[in-house]
Design a protein around this ligand. Structure first.
Ligand code: B12
Ligand code: SF4
Length: 503
């Protein structure tokens, strides 16, 4: 093999005069989460990292022969001086400023830069100010063409799938080995995708904007083959694994004989289909991230998510009684939320015994109808994309001040993840859902708590106007304990009775 240095790059030519390129794929990370020095430590939050399927998929689509390397800044230090010809960066909105920094550094060193993923797809013009080329939408088909063009020195500014390529969903089989050196830093290195997109069109959701309300899935045999090749448990990173209920039923049946445990995301509609819920549990489903979002019916209607607006508590109980833990996505700061939303939500979450939450502050993401709406009404407070991480207030709320929204969200977050609450939830999950879900609940709880302590999140309930110095559970946790203990005992006896009835 002959080494030919072209410009400052590292293109190789084989004996047959084929050009071999070195491609570096990067996942940027925000400042508080990334590895900042060559010997820097990796923050201990494995539970909140699952593989890097976007980059692995792009790597697996790369035509044979080229050398591909990946760098997830959450777990590895990004060395700008490493030799490469082409740098591909995939990023969501909150990571756009870091992606632009990365682009600047590589440009100084004469590298060619390509962007892909959510933010580049939804804001391509902005991204092209920093990158040589942008690939919008799915990369299947478009990425190999881009590579070919680059190799021939005719890289275009924009790439996207052709009509005939649309709908193709590639697996990541060919690229999983790239993760081997860092796999211990992830909750699981085994991320798989059964389908993409979602049939719903919620107004705030980037998935709806990216996939335009379209859902499609891979052939069943292909998914099963990919799962079979993995060692151990896995996660389906689908946005809504039950988007097509018939397909989901077939998938769950096919998974059952494999005896694996898995977690995924889905809409609360799964609770309305007891047969599907049972199949999911039997196939090894141990936890589902469900976008509960808001308790306010009017909020849900305004966001185009009215299908999830009623009977939520009972639906959550149904999922848990099937042996599946519930991680609820919650949004605070929607237009009909007043100052009482934080305490009410906390009470609700305790009553229906969700196993974990992802707490989000209402964030209009660029490219969504919600963003357009907020922009027109002059309600966008900041366009600093770093703050679009769902932990900061970037818009003018309707029924409280931005400060109150921030305080209330922090308060709810730290209260939900107080130590007594984590212990209680773990025991409850053990009794209602089983050991694996209890373990999941405990590990998630402790990881979120680690983030809360590390970032000094405390907050206060704006409804009460009292400083809640009891950030670690304190008096609230103690006062609440007898009620929780009562529920634990009753769950235990109910479970005993259910077991007897089965016999
Ligand atoms: C798993 C996941 C995570 C994981 C891991 C993220 C990762 N990068 O691997 C974790 C838990 C860390 C995470 C965190 C967050 N996430 Co997230 N996450 C996802 C999820 C569910 C799946 C990602 C995935 O593996 N997709 C599978 C791949 C194959 O699909 P894909 O990303 O679309 O990739 C294709 C194309 O986009 C393109 N492509 C992608 N990257 C690249 C790169 C190059 C160079 C090229 C050419 C092409 C390309 O090619 C791929 C193949 O076709 C997505 C939803 C989704 N459907 O993607 C949300 C999603 C990306 N997350 C989102 C958000 C908002 C967040 C959080 C802010 C949420 C929160 N409340 O905390 C945090 C960010 C925190 C932070 N500061 O970093 C939003 C982003 C929206 C936006 N416009 O920014 C999404 C879209 C969910 C949503 N409903 O809106 N997330
Ligand atoms: S159901 Fe979930 S994934 Fe689907 S459009 Fe609504 S918020 Fe997005």
């Amino acid at each position: 093999m002959k080494h030919t240095v072209m410009g400052d790059g590292y293109l190789w030519k084989t004996k047959k005069k084929e050009t071999i390129m070195k491609i570096l794929l990067v996942l940027p990370a925000s400042e508080n989460l990334r590895v900042r020095h060559p010997e820097g430590s990796v923050p201990k939050r494995e539970m909140l990292r699952f593989s890097v399927l976007p980059l692995l998929t792009v790597a697996s689509l790369t035509p044979g022969g080229h050398e591909v390397e990946i760098c997830d800044e959450n777990v590895s230090y990004l060395d700008f001086d490493r030799p490469c010809d082409l740098v591909g960066v995939g990023f969501m909105t909150a990571l756009a400023p870091r992606a632009y920094e990365i682009a600047r550094e590589f440009r100084k060193r004469g590298r060619t830069l390509v962007a892909g993923g959510y933010h580049p797809t939804l804001m391509p013009e902005e991204v092209l100010e920093h990158f040589d080329s942008v690939l919008t939408g799915d990369a299947e088909g478009a990425w190999p063409r881009l590579i070919e063009d680059f190799k021939r020195g005719r890289l275009q500014r924009r790439y996207s799938q052709t009509e005939s390529e649309a709908g193709w969903i590639a697996g990541a089989e060919g690229a999983r080995a790239l993760l081997a050196p860092t796999s211990r830093f992830y909750a699981t290195p085994n991320a798989v995708q059964a389908g993409r997109g979602c049939a719903h069109n919620c107004r705030y959701c980037s998935v709806a904007a990216f996939h335009k309300g379209c859902y499609r899935h891979r052939p069943l045999e292909e998914i099963i083959r990919e799962v079979e090749a993995l060692k151990g448990d896995f996660i389906f990173v689908d946005d809504n694994i039950v988007s097509d209920e018939d397909f989901a039923a077939g998938l769950f049946k096919a998974l059952k004989p494999l005896g694996r445990s898995w977690v995924s995301q889905c809409s609360i509609k799964i609770a309305d289909n007891p047969g599907l819920l049972r199949l999911a549990a039997e196939s090894g489903c141990r936890g589902l991230f469900i976008g509960v979002e808001s308790l306010g019916v009017r909020n849900m209607e305004q966001m185009g998510k009215e299908f999830g607006a009623s009977g939520t508590a009972e639906k959550i109980r149904k999922v848990r009684r099937a042996g599946i833990g519930v991680i609820a996505g919650i949004i605070v700061g929607m237009d009909f939320d007043g100052r009482d939303v934080f305490a009410k939500t906390l009470e609700f979450l305790r009553e229906c015994h969700v196993d974990a939450i992802q707490l989000n502050i209402m964030t209009p993401l660029p490219g969504t109808p919600l963003f357009e709406d907020f922009q027109q009404k002059g309600r966008i407070r900041s366009r600093d994309w770093r703050l679009y991480d769902f932990r900061h207030v970037v818009m003018e709320p309707m029924k409280m001040s931005p400060g109150e929204l921030q305080d209330g969200a922090d308060w709810l977050y730290s209260k939900f993840y107080s130590l007594p609450a984590i212990i209680y939830r773990t025991l409850n999950a053990l009794l209602v859902c089983g050991l694996q879900t209890a373990f999941l609940s405990l590990k998630l709880g402790l990881t979120y708590r680690y983030d809360i302590v590390r970032e000094g999140i405390c907050g206060r309930n704006p409804q009460e106007h009292i400083e809640t110095s009891a950030c670690n559970g304190g008096i609230h946790g103690i006062l609440y304990a007898p009620k929780q203990l009562g529920f634990l005992l009753s769950s235990f006896f109910r479970k005993g009775r259910m077991a007897q009835n089965k016999v």
